[in-house]
Design a protein around this ligand. Structure first.
Ligand code: COA
Length: 322
């Protein structure tokens, strides 16, 4: 694992200069104290590249062992092609398959799920899986956009998955989507549907920034997280007592604590670093997993569950024996 975040720290009180908000409102609603914002010249690719180099170095593989790249993002550098293609070029990987996954906050687990299937079927041996975002470039940093602007941050996390004979294993992944909720958390434009492009020179800026129905998202998140964690437990005949750590997508500290309560576990079992980075969408789980490892919270043979919920709605889990 490896991660990268921009150096530019934005504290809650820095946001007060840009919009009507307060440190107290942000911390009490979300647990966030600060987040990182990429500067103008730092792109999603830059963060993905740095995180990947760290993961490659820590895993001890050579980069040309990688035979597939899967990258989750909703803030790619270009409308097309994907960031995975830029990454492939920068890592000098010759002609290996590379593609992006657009499953918002669940994209890292979706990507992990695909990588796992490729490895288990023998079609791939070493897969680079990345979640990377510079989503704060898309948000409106003013009072009108404050419900979103205070929650999100930028970053990237990367994992190397490799076929091996040891006990460490992705035991299962479960992915879900409920497309009827598309409009509760979305960014309509730029897109190809009527009205979502620069029609007749009319630029509707609201359509070009993310929209979130915060309460609906909250209500669904606290339902789907426990549901998909329990699905992973049941599938693997595990009980919650077997699990060392749950690493949820870092959406909101209140959501994570609701998950802890519903699962009947201590708050410390649900990993959180949202106070430092905010919600980094597809990057939040690999960043959290890297930090949890660095903090010594996960040891060999420990059972870990990753869980995510986000736009779509999408939600997902992965059960791992470390
Ligand atoms: N600062 C100050 N006030 C703000 C604000 C901000 N940054 N953003 C919104 N408000 C205001 C609203 O305008 C509203 O004002 P009104 O009551 O006068 O209309 C009020 O705060 C809403 O407050 P409240 O009802 O307490 O909000 P909430 O408890 O629903 O919390 C969220 C709002 C967004 C933090 C919450 O709904 C949430 O966490 N949702 C899920 C978000 C999430 O995780 N998204 C990503 C999923 S991957």
């Amino acid at each position: 694992m490896g991660f990268s975040v921009p150096g530019n720290i934005i504290k809650n009180n820095d946001l007060v200069q840009l919009m009507e908000t307060s440190d107290d409102w942000i911390q009490s609603r979300s647990g966030i104290k600060e987040r990182r914002w990429a500067d103008k010249n730092t792109t999603t690719f830059d963060l993905a590249h740095e995180a990947s180099l760290k993961a490659i170095s820590k895993s001890g593989i050579r980069s040309n062992d990688i035979d597939m790249i899967i990258l989750g993002t909703l803030s790619s550098d270009y409308f097309f092609p994907g960031v995975s293609a830029q990454l492939q070029e920068s890592l000098e990987l010759n002609n290996v398959g590379a593609f992006d996954i657009k499953a918002a906050c669940s994209a890292f687990i979706y990507s992990l799920s695909i990588a796992d299937q490729y490895i288990k079927t023998g079609m791939a041996k070493t897969v680079l899986v990345v979640g990377a975002e510079t989503q704060t470039k898309l948000i409106e940093k003013s009072t009108r956009g404050r419900d979103i602007a205070v929650l999100f941050g930028d970053g990237a996390g990367a994992a190397i998955l490799q076929r091996s004979d040891n006990q460490s294993e992705i035991l299962s992944t479960h992915i879900h989507c409920e497309g009827k909720n598309i409009k509760n958390l979305w960014m309509e434009a730029p897109g190809t549907s009527p009205g979502s492009w620069f029609e007749e020179n009319k630029f509707n800026s609201e359509r070009f920034t993310p929209y979130m129905n915060g309460r609906e998202v909250f209500r669904n998140a606290v339902k789907r997280f426990p549901e998909v964690i329990n699905e992973a437990l049941e599938f693997n005949n595990l009980s919650i007592d077997d699990i060392k750590l749950i690493i949820p997508h870092q959406a909101n500290y209140r959501i994570s604590m609701a998950v802890a309560e519903k699962m009947g576990v201590n708050a410390s079992m649900v990993y959180s670093n949202i106070h430092k980075y905010g919600n980094t969408t597809a990057a939040s789980i690999p960043i959290a997993l890297t930090e949890a490892l660095e903090e010594g919270l996960i040891m060999k043979n420990d059972y870990v569950i990753l869980a995510a919920f986000g736009a779509g709605y999408t939600w997902a889990s992965a059960a791992i024996r470390w």
